[in-house]
Structures are given as C-alpha cells and as structure tokens.
Design a protein around this ligand. Sequence first.
Ligand code: FAD
Length: 393
Amino acid sequence: MDFDLPEGAIAVREGVRAIAGKYDQDYWNRCDAEKRWPEEVWRELVQGGWHSLAVPEEYGGAGQGLLELSVALEALAAGGAGGAASFMYLLTPAFGGLTIARHGTAEQKRAFLPGIASGEIETCFAVTEPDAGSNAIDITTRARRDGDGFVVDGQKIWISGVERADHLVLVARTVPAAEARPRTSGFTVLLVDVKAAVADGTLAYRPIPKLGTNTVASSMVFLDGVRVPADRVLGEVDQGFAVLWDILNPERILAAAGGVGFGELALDVACGYARERAPFGTPIGANQAVAFPLAKAKAQVELARLMTYKAAWLWDRGRPCGSEANIAKLTAADAAWQAADRAFQTHGGMAYSLEYPVARMFRDARIAKNIPVAEELVLAHIAQHELGLPRSY
Ligand SMILES: Cc1cc2nc3c(=O)[nH]c(=O)nc-3n(C[C@H](O)[C@H](O)[C@H](O)COP(=O)(O)OP(=O)(O)OC[C@H]3O[C@@H](n4cnc5c(N)ncnc54)[C@H](O)[C@@H]3O)c2cc1C
C-alpha cells in the first residue's frame, strides 16, 4: 500500500492552489451574485495548462490521468471556488478533453484536442431530458440517419455551460428505447457544433432560473433538425452506451473530488470564524457543541478523499470502478453538505448575510446530493452490486 500522491499530482495540487489563493471569497461572491463565469481564474488555469491535464501531450495537454484531474478540481474547490470548481473541471476538461482523448478518432483528436488545450474550444454535455434524468435509458432525443450524417430532434434539460460551449457532447438515440434490444443499445454520442446550430436556427437554449451554482447557467436545450456529420460520432453508432458510462464514472469521481474540496473550504471558513468569534469572551470553537460537529465533518471529508483517490486510481488503470465511483460520490456529497451545514450553524445570524460566503456554500453544497446522480440511485447501485440485493427499478 502506498498512500502518497504521485509527485505529478502534488505539483498539480500546488499549482492550482497557487492560482486559487489569489482570489478571495468576495471574488466568488461577486461572480455568484453577477451570475458570471469566473473568467479570470479560468484564463489562469488555461494559461498554466491546469485545465488540459487529461489531454495527451501530443495534442498540447499534460498527458495525465483522472487522478491528477481530480486533485486539480479538489484544489480549486478547496482553494476558494467551492461549488463553482466542479463546473470548471467537468464541462471542458472532462466532457471534452477526457472523453475525446478516450473515444475520439485520430481525426477528431486532431480537430478538437489542440483547441481544448489552448483554451479556444469549450465543451458541455447533454444527457438529461425533461422525462429522463436518473433513467437515461428512456431518453427520446432522436438522431436519424440522413445522407452522410444525422439529423437530431429532441429536448434536453439542465445543460450547464451551453451558452459558452463551442461543442456539445450529446447523447441521443439512434434506435428508440422501445425497439432497442438490449435496451442499452441504440445510443449514439455526437459532437454537436453549438454555435453553427444556433446560427442556422436548429438549436436554441433557455437558461433555467436556479437557486445556486450561479457561475454557470443551466439551460433547456431545444434541438430541431440539427445536422451532425458522420465524422462527429464519438465511439460507435448504436453503441454509445459504452461511451456514456465512460463519461458517467469520471463525472462521479470528479464530482466527488469537488465535494471533498468544497467540504475542506467550508470547514476552513467555519473554523476561521469559530476561532475568532467570542460572544462570551472565549472563541465559540472552544465549545464542543461547535467543535465536534466540525470535527466529524472533517473526518467525513477525509474518508471521502480516500475513496475518491481510490476510484480515480482504478479508473486510470482501466479497472472496474463503478462501485468506488458511486461510493466516492455519495460520501463526498454528504461530507460537503455536512461541512456547509455546520459552517452555516457556526456563523449564527451572520450565516444569513450575503456578504459572508456561507449562505452561498449552504445552497451550492445541497445540490451535490442530487446531481450528477441522485443519492438514492447511488445507494441502489451499491445495494445491487455490492450487497447482491434485488434491483427496485
Ligand atoms: C445545477 C444542475 C446542473 C446540471 N447540469 C447538467 C448537465 O450539464 N448535463 C446534463 O445532462 N444534466 C445536468 N443536470 C441534470 C442532473 O444530472 C439530473 O438532474 C440528475 O441526474 C437527476 O435527474 P432528475 O432531475 O431527472 O431526477 P429524477 O430522475 O426525476 O429523480 C428525482 C428524485 O427521485 C428519486 N429517485 C428517482 N429514481 C429513483 C429510484 N429508482 N429509486 C429511488 N429514488 C429514486 C431521487 O431522490 C431523485 O433525486 C444538472 C442538474 C442541475 C440541478
């Protein structure tokens, strides 16, 4: 057993922490209040190559793995970004960089990866539909063969970052669920040129008013006759479910890494306040009623970190990691939520002030239990695959 992070991962953690350290909580509060992408931080990540860690070196990236990407995301979240960090690392670095590096043809890699590495190309990912969230099998967005390509019609919901994206990694059905045998067949993953489709009027989006995670919009996306050339299929036609799973596991592991960093940040903010605030003369942190829940949250963060690194380590070695990815996501989301909740409690009335960061953390941490996969679906996976219990759905 070796619990030391590889040297490369330590360098990643230090590099990203150095960038995050330049931006205080007022900066993140402002981005959130103004509903704007943290462009300054993003540009620094791009310049340092910290967003393209998983892009192979021959295409301008760092040629590292999911562990390094997870460590970077965790460092950004812990260094101040909190919930915003997950979107910054999922949308382009993972959904674009990692997925195309894994499943792209040589021509697709040449077309997309250098642009992702230089920061010129941004991506986002669309699987969720109004009537198919947890149950992705039943999506109805349809890609029909048309000449030398496909025409796509359908609707997606909650698509984060589509307003920035150049390309959308779209999960569609080339065979409707009712006709697909097995039901996991008939999926095709397509790279949709968002800006071209918006320009020719075949793709439109409408941001959904939402409670938090305001540094990126999450939108309804309407696809009405979007043309996609045949050379924009990621993986095999009709066999896209394999690609989808290969996106969902890293998504869970990265979401877990974001939760770990978020938890650490919330504890940092909470303990800073608990060391200073002294309404009865001694700092409130001296009260075990304040300190113990924070200590418990710290223990949960550390446990979640171990499972997150293990899941990423397995994935990087091409080994099965479905349960580990799910357990990491479950424990990290809960750890982040417990930490944010205790940070909120520790701040007393000040927790409600929008001039402090805890109100934002409180609402942003809560959604981590529901997305990218709901806690119940994670528990269902563990019950079925680890405990051998019958499946409920
Ligand atoms: C801020 C935000 C950003 C997002 N970004 C993206 C994105 O970029 N791209 C994208 O494709 N999607 C995105 N999503 C969608 C997200 O992945 C889904 O919301 C999530 O998968 C849950 O699906 P749902 O909302 O349809 O919930 P549903 O499937 O309707 O489930 C609702 C609730 O029912 C319970 N439940 C459902 N099924 C079961 C079961 N079998 N057993 C027990 N309980 C069950 C769970 O508690 C679940 O939370 C985003 C969502 C949000 C809120």
